[in-house]
Design a protein around this ligand. Structure first.
Ligand code: HPA
Length: 235
């Protein structure tokens, strides 16, 4: 049965879904991974595809940007399409000094300035954490060429605004990077008793703009985190 944002039927999506923010990236990932990608959603241009890797089904769909957009798609996938695990694949801004542009960040937990998880359990600061099995599978899949950091990130609501001194404080607390979706994904997964993970490529650094990636580099370096995400999805 179609939902307001996904024009598909039960069974169209695989139990595991990779979710980049950009629907065109979802299409490129599907073309890269699958011999015969089948489009399963195109509502609002948010393309979703299902295919197979070594006989195992996998889906890829865009999420849009920000926690509200991600929450809508994750909720509908978990609730109405039999999806059991969602792995966000995306980029982050580096915060910790050891995270360099092109490195992979596996987000074990996500701090947030969003109110979305604050609303979940009255009187509680919800802990937005990834599924341990997926973290382990992703990290186990790393090869010697990959530089992988495992730890916390922050999922912020603003891209262009930050309170004075916030980035430095986050660095002081060992936060690896910043993006805009993971905390919401982890909240929606907990709400539905499902599994979730976020694997990011560092695309730029908040304290070192000299090392920002070009669009082309972004695409190649993205392959490393994609490999880890696929390994987790199919584990
Ligand atoms: N914020 C800042 N820099 C970034 C982000 C973000 O959400 N994503 C990638 N680089």
């Amino acid at each position: 049965m179609a939902t307001p944002h996904i024009n598909a039927e039960m069974g169209d999506f695989a139990p595991a879904v990779l979710m980049p923010g950009d629907p065109r990236r979802a299409q490129r990932i599907a073309e890269l991974l699958f011999d015969e990608p089948r489009m399963v959603n195109d509502v609002r241009g948010m393309m979703g595809f299902t295919g197979e890797i070594n006989g195992k089904p996998l889906s890829v769909m865009g999420s849009g940007m920000g926690q509200p957009s991600f929450s809508i798609y994750a909720t509908e996938l978990f609730r109405f399409f039999g999806v059991e695990r969602i792995i966000r694949v995306g980029t982050c801004g580096g915060i910790a000094p050891q995270v360099k542009v092109g490195d992979v960040v596996v987000a074990m937990g996500a701090h947030t300035d969003s109110s979305m998880n604050q609303l979940r359990i009255p009187g509680v600061n919800f802990s937005a954490v990834a599924s341990y099995n997926l973290v382990r599978a992703a990290v186990d899949a790393a090869s010697e060429e990959d530089t992988v950091h495992v730890g916390t990130i922050i999922s912020r609501d603003h891209f262009y605004f930050a309170p004075e001194g916030q980035a430095q404080k986050l660095a002081d607390y060992g936060v690896l990077g910043v993006e805009m979706e993971a905390a919401a994904l982890y909240g929606v997964a907990a709400e539905h008793g499902k599994e979730a993970l976020t694997v990011l490529t560092c695309s730029d650094h908040l304290f070192d703009s000299s090392s920002d990636m070009t669009a082309e580099e972004r695409e190649t370096r993205f392959q490393s985190s994609l490999r880890l995400a696929v390994a987790a999805a199919l584990s």
